[in-house]
Design a binder for this molecule. Structure first.
Ligand code: NCD
Length: 315
């Protein structure tokens, strides 16, 4: 593995291998000195063309725990056209000796463009490209599910037989896309629930089942329910009547929470619109994995940086 662009390219063995390395990295987080010398002398660049707090910070913490140098290159607000600015910026980063570039960009395919270009010879990690993919998010979600199920004995396990329901703004969600492919590789089954207006047209080719009724999906008692943020910033038209109506039909409120099984994991990639797609009660309940997801994000990103920069071969 030279880059991490998409979960679609990960087979079961590779995915389980990444999760297992992340387990080793999580052990480091439990130590008093949370640092390994592994990437000393390497330079990781965070190249974010879109706003982000948690993903950018998570990569920063991960890189620093592996003793690499980390440069935050915030490219937002550039007046150059996107193609030009990506090329110019990549060449600049290459000249500075970047070993890995973590890129977030509003255009689907931006990470792949960088990886296939001859502008820069670095490991490229996709941290979210438009509505396309966000592979480290799906990996941290899978890691979180595996840990809730198997605890400290997680190593080697996939997610065979797990039933995961993903709810909400699938259309604009790179998190949903990355999860669909990764969960399939790990043996889980995926059910999508959304208003018809928030489902993509390419859905027919996805390995999922689809429903439109959240209450019906809750009756099926999934092992995990993943609530997605309404991505208002990507919406150019009205996809549902209003926020209150959306919440009433598609939101995980306290009453729906009470109907979920006691062990159903309630997941959300963040940032949450509390009171819209998820109630405060659901977000803060003992079923919620939201903060575990954040903590596990660091372990996953350490694992990915380690596998791309420190070892020649991946599982
Ligand atoms: C996700 C993203 O940016 O795609 N968030 C994240 O990585 N923390 C999901 C979202 O923005 O809703």
């Amino acid at each position: 593995m030279r880059h991490l662009l998409s979960t679609r390219e990960l087979d079961r063995a590779t995915a389980v291998g990444i999760l297992d390395v992340a387990e080793d990295m999580a052990d480091v987080a439990d130590r008093e000195i949370k640092k390994l010398p592994t990437l000393r002398g390497k330079t990781v660049v965070n190249l974010f063309f879109e706003d982000s707090t948690r993903t950018r910070t998570s990569f920063e913490v991960a890189a620093k725990r592996l003793s690499s140098d980390l440069v935050n290159f915030s490219a937002k607000g550039s007046s150059l056209s996107k193609g030009e600015s990506l090329k110019d910026t990549a060449q600049t980063l290459a000249a500075m000796g970047a070993d890995a570039v973590v890129i977030r960009h509003a255009s689907s395919g931006a990470a792949q463009v960088l990886a296939q270009s001859n502008w820069i010879d670095a490991a490229i990690i996709n941290a979210g490209d438009g509505t396309h993919e966000h592979p480290t998010q799906a990996l941290l979600d899978a890691f979180t599910m595996r840990r809730r199920i198997h605890g400290r004995a997680s190593r080697g396990h996939d997610l065979d037989g797990l039933r995961v329901t993903i709810v909400g703004d699938i259309l604009h969600s790179r998190v949903a896309r990355s999860n669909v492919w990764l969960l399939q590789a790990l043996g889980a089954s995926v059910h999508l629930v959304a208003p018809a207006t928030l489902l993509p047209s390419e859905l027919a080719n996805w390995p999922v089942t689809v429903g439109y009724d959240l209450d019906e999906a809750i009756r099926q008692s999934p092992d995990a329910i993943m609530m997605l943020r309404i991505q208002a910033e990507r919406m150019s038209a009205a996809y549902f009547p209003n926020a209150r109506e959306y919440g009433r039909q598609w939101g995980l409120d306290d009453e729906r929470l009470a109907r979920l099984g006691p062990d159903t994991m309630v997941m959300h990639p963040g940032p949450m619109n509390r009171g819209l797609e998820i109630s405060a009660g659901a977000a803060d309940s003992s079923r919620s994995t939201v903060l575990e997801q954040v903590a596990n994000g660091v372990s996953i990103r350490m694992a990915v940086l380690y596998l791309l920069l420190a070892s020649e071969t991946v599982a």
